[in-house]
Design a protein around this ligand. Structure first.
Ligand SMILES: Nc1ncnc2c1ncn2[C@@H]1O[C@H](COP(=O)(O)OP(=O)(O)OP(=O)(O)O)[C@@H](O)[C@H]1O
Ligand SMILES: [Mg+2]
Length: 582
């Protein structure tokens, strides 16, 4: 029996999920050993638990039972591998469609590898692009890549840290045989460097001879792990393609029990072959161990470097996304125009009533007109401000609803690779803050110049408009970070905007109790009420006559809106810290 060769070891590793009060095992007592410099395939019918096993090895799922060892280190008790030590290529694409191949690799280098200078940075990018054969495609946008090229890019993006353990989930799925063969060969080559372990999950039973070992999983149980050439013998089949139908002939427990009996014999062969291969490699260059030390030594960049990488990437994606850019510009310019349509000549002046009681019918008529004029002005000012506020809440929801939910899996992947949740959130804050500032300042200044909303000072009005947009943006960002999908986040955010107008009390006064219950949560109310309270006194009394709603003092409005911003950001922080791979 060959001893002490193992780098990755699983001992009775199980993973269960609770469903209807019952524990359902997705992986049941997986025991296996993977030597260094090994290229392993995990195969099995759809739904047998391949992705789950890979996530367990990666440390994305936490095992319910059993242990995982890395070079004898118990990963469950002594901490996971460093983010730079693992490369995990998930089943989904991890690159942004709007970036080019080169930009995608550069972005992941900025986020995951601390380089000393520009030359080192470019060398690394060039090396990875060359290694994966993507150099000729470096300036091509991700969205126009073929399936195989995209999978190659995903691999390239995981190679930047020189991981000692590379885990790939279905990187060959749906590809034509030629592309599949190329990628399998590429991964095979990668396993021959730095004594790196490369694990590939696949449905396909083609190209198995390129792997050092094949693990067959059946209903969450390991039913074979040995050299590919012994597969047909073990399963008593002529062709490996017959293995899946063969599996169905016995229960998974029977297969597992049988495998446990045979494992020592098969492992002797497997581990001896691995030992010989390693000795040959060392004799060839003698640098295998040294390289292993330099590999995986990539250091994660600091929070500030990650922040700038995320922020500038977000700006670049924004600028490249024609549809989104057009919508933002249309909203930015169109919404304030909608508001001014209602008061193109300004709101005008209130008129004063005479001190004397009217003595003639004509005088009475005149006084009545003045009262009506003032009431109309009160209604107009209140309406204009509320319209501004509602449009800004709509902009807020449009800014943030999809911001996190729309890229959740890529973010989870980047978090797994060492991106700090707080840094990610800060980059969103900087980007959205920019949008909020431009939208709110333009709305306030443009409308003020045309409609002359009669506030005593302009700045409280400006700040209250800015805050309502910021509050809705922050709350929707919170929703976005908690939502399961981008569509769910969008829908919830739109509902939230929809409720702003009726529940603000600006149009129809709410029943007293209902008002006190809902008002604290309605950002639009606080912005509107604050501005109403900053109006010149004659307008203020006109507004008082047209609305029965209580107008909170301006400072309370500032405070509540700030609390909304803080609350939204707090929820967003909790949301981004949560793991959400599904
Ligand atoms: N979070 C979860 N909750 C409930 N069931 C789950 C969860 N994750 C996975 N499963 C179930 O566990 C089983 C294994 O899933 P897994 O994704 O690992 O399969 P797979 O072998 O990778 O399949 P495929 O080849 O189709 O990708 C499936 O039946 C799946 O429905
Ligand atoms: Mg899968």
């Amino acid at each position: 029996m060959v001893q002490h060769l193992a780098v990755l070891e699983l001992r009775n590793l199980s993973f269960s999920i609770a469903k209807d009060g019952e524990d359902i095992p997705l992986i049941d007592q997986a025991t296996l050993t993977v030597p260094p410099g090994h290229f392993m395939a995990i195969v099995g019918p759809s739904g047998c638990g391949k992705s789950t096993l890979l996530k367990l090895i990666a440390g994305i799922h936490v095992e319910s039972d059993g242990s995982l060892f890395w070079n004898g280190r118990d990963l469950s008790n002594e901490g996971d591998l460093e983010p730079a030590e693992i490369g995990y290529v998930p089943q989904f694409s991890i690159a942004y469609e709007q970036l080019t191949v080169e930009e995608s690799v550069e972005s992941v280098v900025r986020l995951r590898v601390k380089t000393r200078n520009r030359a080192e940075f470019h060398d690394l990018v060039d090396r990875v692009l060359e290694q994966t054969g993507l150099d000729p495609l470096r300036h091509r946008q991700v969205k126009v890549l073929s399936g195989g090229q995209k999978r190659r890019l995903s691999l390239a993006m995981e190679l930047v840290t020189d991981p000692v353990l590379l885990l790939a989930d279905e990187v060959t799925s749906g590809l034509d045989p030629k592309s599949e063969n190329e990628i399998v060969k590429l991964m095979h080559g990668l396993s021959r460097k730095h004594r790196r372990i490369v694990v590939n999950v696949t449905h396909s039973l083609a190209n198995l001879e390129l792997y050092d070992s094949v693990l067959v999983l059946h209903e969450g149980r390991v039913v074979y792990h040995g050299q590919p050439r012994a597969l047909d013998h073990y399963f008593s089949v002529e062709e490996v393609e017959e293995i899946y139908p063969r599996l169905a002939k016995r229960t998974a427990v029977e297969w597992q029990t049988s495998w446990e009996k045979h494992r020592p014999d098969y492992y002797d062969a497997l581990l001896s072959a691995a030992k010989i291969a390693e000795q040959e490699q060392e004799a060839d260059g003698g640098t295998a161990s040294d390289e292993a030390e330099t590999s995986g030594a990539a250091k994660t960049p600091g929070a500030l470097a990650q922040f700038f990488a995320l922020f500038f990437r977000r700006c670049r994606i924004f600028a490249r996304d024609g549809g989104q850019l057009f919508l933002q510009i249309a909203i930015l310019l169109g919404f304030p125009v909608l508001v001014i349509l209602f008061a193109l000549d300004g709101v005008g002046e209130t008129r004063s009533l005479s001190d004397r009681l009217p003595s003639t019918l004509a005088e009475y008529q005149q006084e009545k007109e003045i009262v009506e004029h003032n009431l109309n002005l009160g209604g107009l000012v209140s309406g204009l401000v509320m319209f501004q506020v509602i449009l800004l809440t709509l902009m807020g929801s449009n800014n943030a609803a999809r911001e996190i939910a729309g890229e959740r899996l890529i973010f989870e992947k980047e978090k797994f690779g060492g991106v700090r949740p707080l840094t990610y959130l800060s980059s969103k804050l900087a980007f959205l803050g920019m949008l909020v500032a431009i939208q709110s300042i333009w709305m306030a200044v443009f409308v003020q110049n045309i409609c002359h909303i009669p506030t005593t000072q302009f700045w409280p009005q400006l700040v209250l408009l800015l805050l309502v947009n910021a509050a809705m943006t922050a709350v929707c960002l919170g929703i976005s970070s908690m939502a399961k999908t981008a569509d769910q986040a969008s829908l919830l955010s739109i509902y939230l905007v929809g409720f702003q107008l009726p529940l603000s009390g600006a149009v129809l006064a709410l029943p007293k109790v209902a008002g006190w219950i809902t008002r604290p949560f309605i950002s639009a109310y606080w912005s509107w009420a604050g501005i109403m309270n900053s109006l010149e006194s004659s307008f203020r009394s006109a507004v008082d006559r047209v609305t029965e709603t209580w107008l909170a003092p301006a400072w309370v409005c500032f405070a509540v809106l700030l609390a909304h911003v803080a609350g939204g950001l707090f929820i967003a922080y909790i949301g981004v810290k949560k793991s959400r791979w599904e």
